[in-house]
Design a protein around this ligand. Sequence first.
Ligand SMILES: O=C(CO)COP(=O)(O)O
Length: 255
Amino acid sequence: MARKFFVGGNWKCNGTTEEVKKIVTMLNDAEVPSEDVVEVVVSPPFVFLPVVKSLLRPDFQVAAQNCWVRKVGAFTGEISAEMLLNLGIPWVILGHSERRSLLNESNEFVGDKVAYALSLGLKVIACIGETLQQRESGSTMAVVAAQTKAIADKVTNWANVVLAYEPVWAIGTGKVATPAQAQDVHRQLRKWVHDNVGAEVADSTRIIYGGSVNGSNCKELAEQPDVDGFLVGGASLKPEFIDIIKSATVKKINC
Ligand SMILES: O=C(CO)COP(=O)(O)O
């Protein structure tokens, strides 16, 4: 099965109204491959979701960067999945390593969030990835398998899940995984999904790479057979995000 290339832009905790409008204008003016070739999703901070949604071209979608684990209620400071749906936001990023490490989100908590968001009809970009110390001690696969298992234990329908492999040591460091390193983990991850969830889910689920992706390294990464797209941080705020979206055509040519 052909997996449609997916490019997500995670703006993290950046931007003012003016800056956000400038990025949207840059995106709206860009010539990119059609929706048949690449799915583009940008993820501004919560407060900018309405303005981005109202101004953004219709062939690009919007994601929140997080949502609450259960339904609405007395959870000061949280934003619920129901609210995202109410605003017409179709996607949410969950389990980003910055939330796992800075806010102590556990594998189980992330699994619960993914299950709840999916149950309401949101689409989820679920993030996993190992730290440098875990990689150096040879436990990369054990770590990402445990993170994925915590999701798989609670999710039955994978149609609306994109798995984002984001090695922590590559995030915001400029130290991108080599194409071979990314492919190696993506291949093993797909095998894990094959063996523990099912062949069809393994074949159809997009596994995207995140961590210092930029306009120069995206093509080589996109050429890897198990790399189905990217989750881009810093470079998603810049014009080179367009080049990253265009790297989807590498896949099309190879198909
Ligand atoms: O965390 C990331 C995307 O979610 C990656 O961030 P950078 O592209 O800035 O390394």
